[in-house]
Design a protein around this ligand. Sequence first.
Ligand code: NAG
Ligand code: NAG
Length: 310
Amino acid sequence: MKSFVLSTLAAAATATELLIPLYQYPANNGGAWSPIEQALTANPSLTAKIIINPQNGPGGPGQGLDDPQYVAGTKALASHPNAQLLGYVHTSTDGGVTRCNRPYSEITADIRKWSAWVDAGIAIRGIFVDEAPVNSNNDCVAYMRNLTAFVRTDTASLHFATPRLLVFNPGGTGALQPYYDMQPDLIVGLETCFTVPAKAGGDYDQCPASGGYERYDHDGVGSSIDNVLFPAVGKANAARTAVLVHGFHDFNGPSANLSATGAVLTQLVQGVVQRGIGATFFNTAGYHAFTDGPASIGAVTSVLRAANGN
Ligand SMILES: *[C@@H]1O[C@H](CO)[C@@H](O)[C@H](O)[C@H]1NC(C)=O
Ligand SMILES: *[C@@H]1O[C@H](CO)[C@@H](O)[C@H](O)[C@H]1NC(C)=O
């Protein structure tokens, strides 16, 4: 009896969610997102946090909530019990070079716009903060502390249901402990690519041909988490950390030289789950295409669900 309870708790504690940057336009009245919907339906035990991003945020006039295709697409997605929709906002006015320099009143205006989606019957569950800080420069700790308190507790101007979700995306490792201390649901501690720069696809997979990224697991399964992520953010933060990997095609070069096959995808996803990472995403392409294999949305959801043991 006792060991049954313990193993149940262990399984619950290690379940890794999916975090999907869904920056694709919901063409055909949301029909473009039907592969995502099918994957949610096929894997009901898997929770998917899905980032909605019409135009570097909720969108201006004619976009987002003003666009019937966005309304149809997000309503359909939100109707899945295992989907949690997050609204995209960003902190930088120079594409992320300087973090937290976007006027606080602008970013909170975007967050209020996302709350208007809730008023319109679309269950946005919280906020994804892109271009989140990687260190404490530029008064970022105060900025993010303000933002966290606003999203989590302001019930006068924000109508998100509780629990209100909050994800920070610094896009890489750094001095993140002050941000973990704010207890967001997740921080994306590693957002990178699998394939070698020579095979990088640019717009296709968000992997720069110039390289400069952590070639995912180039020293073997789990090596990027063990050798790059954990030394920077600490294993104790694993459950609040997300790992996103784009460009899962071709191979990741010496020394591991893993080829992008279904079997390797399974191993890499298992490596993430075994390390207690809170959420992950693998994609063959980038933020705009989800059906290309081997890491299609259907394959990734079923492999992750299996790795979670349910
Ligand atoms: C944080 O909020 C306080 C109170 O609203 C405000 O005075 C301060 O300027 C804000 N700080 C930042 C960095 O946004
Ligand atoms: C790595 O693997 C790819 C194909 O999987 C192969 O074409 C390439 O030659 C290999 N490179 C090395 C250095 O072994």
